[in-house]
Design a protein around this ligand. Structure first.
Ligand code: AMP
Ligand code: FE
Ligand code: FE
Ligand code: ZN
Length: 279
């Protein structure tokens, strides 16, 4: 299978498969490359490199950085970042702490809704990873209060839902600046999923333009959860802002999110992104 899957998650954040497993599966699929993009962490890098050692698979080490605009999540992929860069480390540490506090507040919201989720169980499900909403959703499913993680999101946890709590993450423009300062290449993840996913309005064009001014290199217009209309809209926007168009599966390893390799970026685009870094 040609191309690079430029967006994947593992147990280092809210995915169900380990980075080693993702690497093995990418090799089995014959992918040319695999990006490691766990939410707000670089913890998977060493394991990924060990797993890919001796294979043909090219790794693109990165993160999916949490930003927020008007209280709504905006995700920025940062590729080839230096994990030791101080200001980035500081922000990732801050986000991890913030995620823990926020998880406690979400658990309280659920309790207020009559769903007795335990924070300790959520912590346990997350393991070493920064706690994300999917960990909490999993704990809710375990209680039998919903049939699936998706149902928990649809009923309670989607942006703006009754159990939703904001992260106080950085502004998207600042996120781009930080990733670029860390030696990375910033790409706006799934812009069509901005807002509630049902009928999401998409990241505003003006915000994408402001991010482009700050050094954004590309837009993930091709995403399995994008409507055809979102894909077309963000392809056009990327072209007008002279940004690259990327594709990634956003694999999380479970249910319909178990989808490594279903969306890939051609090598020539990956090479242009790599050069963007030095430009
Ligand atoms: P968090 O980083 O804690 O805000 O959680 C965001 C993560 O939750 C995303 O990366 C997805 O894995 C998942 N997610 C967000 N919104 C939805 C949704 N509407 N349905 C299913 N999963 C979602
Ligand atoms: Fe996620
Ligand atoms: Fe995302
Ligand atoms: Zn993702």
């Amino acid at each position: 299978m040609a191309g690079f899957d430029m967006h994947t998650h593992s147990t280092c954040s809210d995915g169900a498969t380990t980075v080693e497993e993702n690497v093995r599966r990418a090799v089995a699929l014959g992918l040319e490359g695999l990006a490691i993009t766990d939410h707000d962490t670089t913890d998977g890098f060493a394991d990924a490199m060990n797993a890919a050692d001796g294979t043909e698979l090219e790794l693109v080490l990165g993160t999916e950085f949490s930003a927020e605009h008007d209280g709504v999540s905006v995700h920025v992929l940062g590729y080839w970042i230096d994990p030791a860069y101080g200001p980035l480390r500081a922000e990732l540490d801050r986000l991890r702490d913030e995620r823990t506090d926020r998880a406690r507040r979400i658990v309280e919201r659920f309790r207020g809704l009559g769903i007795a989720v335990s924070f300790d169980r959520v912590r346990e499900l997350a393991g070493e990873a920064p706690i994300g909403r999917p960990h909490i959703a999993q704990a809710v499913v375990e209680l039998g209060a919903a049939a699936s993680v998706r149902e928990v999101f649809d009923r309670y946890l989607a942006d703006g839902g009754p159990a939703y709590v904001e992260k106080h993450a950085v502004d998207p423009v600042r996120a781009v600046e930080l990733l670029v300062a860390a030696g990375g290449v910033a790409v706006l993840a799934h812009p069509g999923l901005y807002g509630r996913r049902d009928g999401a309005e998409g990241v505003p064009d003006e915000l994408v333009a402001a991010m482009a001014d700050a050094g954004l290199a590309g837009v993930e217009a091709d995403h399995p959860d994008h409507s055809a209309e979102h894909t077309r809209r963000y392809r056009d926007l990327a072209a007008s802002l002279r940004l690259e168009v990327t594709a990634g599966s956003d694999h999380h390893g479970e249910g319909d999110l178990d989808r490594l390799g279903v969306a890939t970026t051609p090598r020539e685009v990956v090479e242009r992104l790599r050069r963007w870094r030095r430009a």
